[in-house]
Design a protein. Structure first.
Length: 613
């Protein structure tokens, strides 16, 4: 695809789509592509084309912010599809500085959710005027009038200006590809949405005659071009091979170089262009040290563009070399050097992640914005062939006025009325404070808590069990507040293998009465590996390799076929949430195993005595 000729600045629109996870952003963008002619009629395009990453497709969520553009009636509309999960919120905040308007997408049934509140607050503070799109208008449980009231109340609560409160509203079905000002419409096209963007979102209106300046908001690495910085041209014009330099937030020059490559977004592709003007969203290559929130500018410019600060990480995990007896059998990237290089590469492009090397150089502390963000990183590394040992997540404490502080989250839960009592009781045990509880219709209750992040680690699986899989929990970083003291952890101990080999059905059958098993016959086990959950609070060492003694005697009923209960198989997130402080998750491309951090039982006892002393 070749780059189309430069448009007049007044025909350019830069807009971000904001919504909570699963409210239909990416599906709507797909339809905008189709109806603007970005895709040919006979072109085969995957559903949710913007979610290009394998993990995004599997989980049905957007992890990475992406830029794209569509052409409509002589206008170019640059669209940024943003993540809806709070763990990736750092991306959203910076992206808003690239755009002149936002489309706020809300589900016609679920309404405004915590992530919507978080990002909308940032957008309103920047003075952006939203277009509200009530999506999934064809849902049988839709309640569009109440949802609009909720959105208005949300804007008022976020101190929106009068012109921001006077927002246009469209009712749409992203999946079926129509939008209308009439909530009862059930067919049509997205023409009204295109028209609303052109009429309501201002053109960039930036100074095209001044010296070139550009704020880097996204960063990725290309094997051929090196570091590629994406952002909006703030002023002036840049041509390929023009000299540039990078400034940090204090105006200090980080490095100088040339713009070796300029890329513009056309549909789903990045297309080389010869120049970029004020207002254009482009990707730029040629610098080796510049990063997100840096100003890239003409060498004559010495004043940096004000940038959104990067939120600090709240959660950390230890990534260690896999030292189990089964290490190196399933992955090909097992050394600390390989792990270090990969983590530093991740920290380079994902600025909300921080990597610290341990003194023994065999492990690394990786800090991020939440369990989901770090879980996605581990899953990505696992698919690339890495073997790792992962510790239990721990929160990053702070200090204020000599007092210890810890991160708190706003937790918004939608649950069937019959389960609300159980949820409130469990959350209060985890030191959460109930801030609001109200009926949300259709036999459901919406409950809001302010909870220490520490108490929420590992709760999601238990929450799904307690609500029979019907509950929906949304979390959002709230603040650093006073330390809440000890919080109860896992109530049960674990069953630990005392030898290595292949698990035997006869032994597992005998162990079933001890608790819940995590392994099946023929699974490889080793000394110190966790093979199940004990029904009692203490850990118990067991022999999963014990086979039946052969004798000459036969008796009725004794030799019936062994019938084992299917074992509990944990996903990566469940395993990380389950383990205790003295345990680890062994992650390889093919397996997820639980183990004690210290495999030898004598060494474990020694360490326990030392800790008690």
């Amino acid at each position: 695809m070749s780059a189309s000729p430069a448009l007049r600045p007044e025909n350019l629109r830069n807009v971000a789509i904001i919504a909570h996870v699963d409210h239909g952003k990416t599906t709507l963008v797909d339809q905008l592509f189709r109806q603007s002619g970005t895709f040919r009629d006979n072109q085969r395009v995957e559903e949710r084309a913007m979610d290009s990453n394998d993990l995004e497709k599997e989980r049905g969520i957007t992890i990475l912010a992406k830029c794209t553009s569509v052409e409509w009636n002589g206008h170019r509309i640059n669209i940024v599809d943003t993540p809806g999960h709070a763990d990736f919120g750092a991306e959203v905040e910076r992206i808003l500085s690239m755009v002149d308007g936002v489309i706020l997408l809300v589900d016609s049934s679920e309404g405004a959710m915590p992530q919507t509140k978080f990002v909308t607050g940032k957008a309103l503070a920047l003075g952006l005027r939203p277009i509200v799109v009530v999506n999934k208008i064809d849902r049988p449980d839709g309640r569009h009038a109440e949802v609009l009231d909720e959105v208005f109340d949300l804007f008022v609560g976020l101190d929106a200006a009068d012109e921001q409160l006077d927002f246009p509203v469209l009712y749409a079905s992203g999946r079926n590809g129509y939008a209308s000002e009439d909530p009862d419409a059930r067919e049509g096209t997205l023409e009204p949405l295109f028209q609303k963007i052109v009429d309501h979102v201002p053109s960039p209106g930036l100074d095209a005659s001044g010296p070139f300046s550009f704020l880097a908001t996204l960063l990725d690495r290309d094997n051929f071009m090196g570091r590629v910085l994406t952002g909006r041209v703030h002023s002036g014009t840049l041509r390929v091979n023009d000299p540039i330099h990078a400034l940090d937030g204090d105006g200090k020059v980080i490095e100088a170089g040339r713009a070796t490559k300029l890329l513009a977004f056309r549909g789903l592709e990045r297309v080389p262009v010869e120049e970029a003007r004020a207002g254009d969203i482009v990707a730029l290559a040629g610098l080796e040290k510049a990063t997100v929130a840096n100003t890239i500018a003409d060498p004559a410019v010495m004043a940096p563009i004000a940038a959104q600060p990067i939120d600090p990480p709240t959660l950390a995990m230890r990534f260690a070399v896999n030292d189990s007896p089964l290490a190196g059998r399933e992955g090909d990237k097992v050394t600390s050097r390989m792990i270090r290089d990969r983590l530093l590469r991740e920290a380079e492009t994902n600025v909300s992640i921080r990597v610290t090397e341990s003194a023994d150089r065999d492990s690394f502390e990786v800090a991020g914005r939440g369990e989901l963000q770090l879980g996605v990183l581990i899953e990505t590394m696992r698919r690339e062939g890495f073997e790792l040992g992962i510790s239990r997540p721990r929160v990053i404490f702070g200090e204020e006025g000599g007092q210890r502080t810890e991160p708190y989250e706003t937790v918004l839960i939608d649950v069937d009325d019959e389960f609300s009592g159980t949820v409130v009781e469990k959350m209060q045990r985890r030191k959460a404070e109930l801030t609001e509880m109200r009926p949300s219709g259709s036999g459901k209750t919406r409950i809001t808590f302010s909870a220490p992040s520490r108490g929420l680690i590992g709760y999601h699986g238990e929450f799904l069990s307690d609500t029979r899989g019907t509950g929906i929990m949304n979390r959002l970083f709230e603040k650093y507040g006073p330390h809440k003291g000890p919080i109860e952890g896992r109530n049960n101990g674990v069953l630990i293998s005392n030898c290595g080999g292949e698990a035997v059905g006869y032994a597992l059958n005998a162990l079933e009465e001890r608790g819940v098993l995590f392994v099946k016959p023929q699974d490889k086990v080793y000394e110190g590996m966790i093979i199940g959950e004990n029904a009692k609070p203490d850990d118990l060492e067991v022999n999963p390799l014990k086979s039946k003694q052969l004798t000459n005697f036969r008796s009725t009923g004794k030799d019936d076929a062994i019938r084992l209960t299917p074992p509990t198989i944990m996903s990566l997130e469940q395993a990380i949430a389950y383990i205790d402080d003295d345990e680890m998750v062994e992650v390889t491309p093919k397996s997820i195993r639980l183990r004690k951090a210290i495999l030898c039982p004598h060494e474990r006892k020694k360490a326990k005595r030392k800790e008690a002393a």
